[in-house]
Design a binder for this molecule. Structure first.
Ligand code: 13P
Length: 343
């Protein structure tokens, strides 16, 4: 079927990553945000979640560095203190609202230790509703696990197919799909093993996107970096990570993709910034930016600590991380800039 809104899709995708801006992933499910709140001893209620997210979204100046925010179903329906719906508040600042639409990764039948992401049933109607609420892009996260004998081709294929079906439905609704095939960094694998799993995953993903007639120019890719597993005794340097990542992506990601926005995946805040900077020092045919959750929020969450009186301090910390990552997206970050803010 002809895509009636092709140009608009292309423009939206490009606008999200324009001027080295990136994405704030604030789409933690209720279960995940509870885990984050547990680390600071704050009870996760609808109101505490609304207050915290509102604090991030109303940070003055964040729109200089953040081109889009991914919301969760609850959050897209919530309002700021003055009654403005969050999507409207963001759009008024020039920040494009997005929405997580997958319903989570579940154990994959017949594939022990592997997951497949669900959420295709009824997706067309949900996308129409989200578009009505102001969402202009969406996210679907596939999870690929490294282990003994895994990832299997069966798991990679099932996830790639679901990503492509999701992406086609998004584009039909005029919503830019963020395609997120995440290879987890939780195992003890080497950089080389991550490279191989990433290459297989990207290859299958772009093959399926092509089969499902997805318009790549109206799509953003949200991948992990090619990185050593957390438990690996030999941790790769930023330069090695950058070289591997660019090398792998040049072979598997078409230049038509208007932006690659990395997830942080469990890297520390500064590590995620430093690695993104190293990646941009090499560069490629695509804007290489960020779509971080933890690596944009960890310090801000701690600074807030559930106390309204700390809201401004938390906003300052969040703004700093957003700025550091936008500089990294331009390859212009340096470690000294981290110290400057503490002075
Ligand atoms: P992290 O940056 O914390 O990995 O989260 C990004 C995200 O949206 C994962 O789906």
């Amino acid at each position: 079927m002809a895509q009636p809104k092709r140009t608009e899709l292309h423009e939206t995708a490009r606008a999200i990553v324009a001027d080295h801006k990136g994405i704030l992933a604030a789409d933690e499910s209720s279960g995940t945000i509870k885990k984050r709140f547990d680390t600071i001893g704050v009870e996760s209620t609808e109101e505490s979640r609304r207050f915290y997210r509102g604090l991030l979204f109303t940070t003055p100046g964040m729109e200089e560095y953040i081109g889009g925010v991914i919301l969760y179903d609850e959050t897209i329906h919530q309002k700021a203190d003055d009654g403005t719906p969050f999507p409207e508040l963001l759009a008024a600042k020039g920040v494009i609202p997005g929405i997580k639409v997958d319903t989570g990764a579940q154990d994959m039948a017949g594939f022990p230790g592997e997951k497949v992401t669900e959420g295709l049933d009824g997706l067309r109607a949900r996308l129409e509703e989200y578009a009505r609420l102001g969402a202009r892009f969406a996210k679907w996260r596939a999870v690929i696990t490294i282990g003994v004998g895994i990832p299997t081709g069966g798991c990679i294929h099932a996830n790639a197919h679901a990503l492509a079906r999701y992406a086609a439905l998004c584009q039909e609704t005029g919503i830019v799909p963020i395609v997120e095939p995440e290879v987890l960094m939780d195992a003890d694998n080497t950089l080389e093993v991550c490279h191989e799993a990433t290459a297989r995953t990207l290859h299958a993903t772009f093959d399926e996107l092509d089969s499902q007639r997805v318009d790549l120019e109206g799509t953003l890719l949200k991948p992990h970096m090619v990185i050593s597993g957390k438990g690996c005794s030999k941790q790769a340097s930023s330069e090695e990570i950058a070289q591997r990542t660019i090398h792998c992506f040049l072979s598997h990601v078409p230049a038509a993709v208007p932006g690659i926005v990395f997830l942080s995946g469990g890297q520390s805040e500064v590590q995620a910034t430093e690695n993104l900077n190293a990646i941009n020092r090499i560069g490629g045919p695509w804007p290489l930016s960020f779509s971080y959750g933890r690596a944009l929020q960890a310090s801000a969450l701690r600074e807030w600590g559930g106390d309204e009186a700390n809201a401004y301090a938390a906003q300052a910390v969040f703004l700093h991380r957003a700025r550091m990552n936008a500089l990294a997206a331009a390859g212009e970050w340096s470690a000294e800039l981290e110290e400057a803010v503490k002075a």
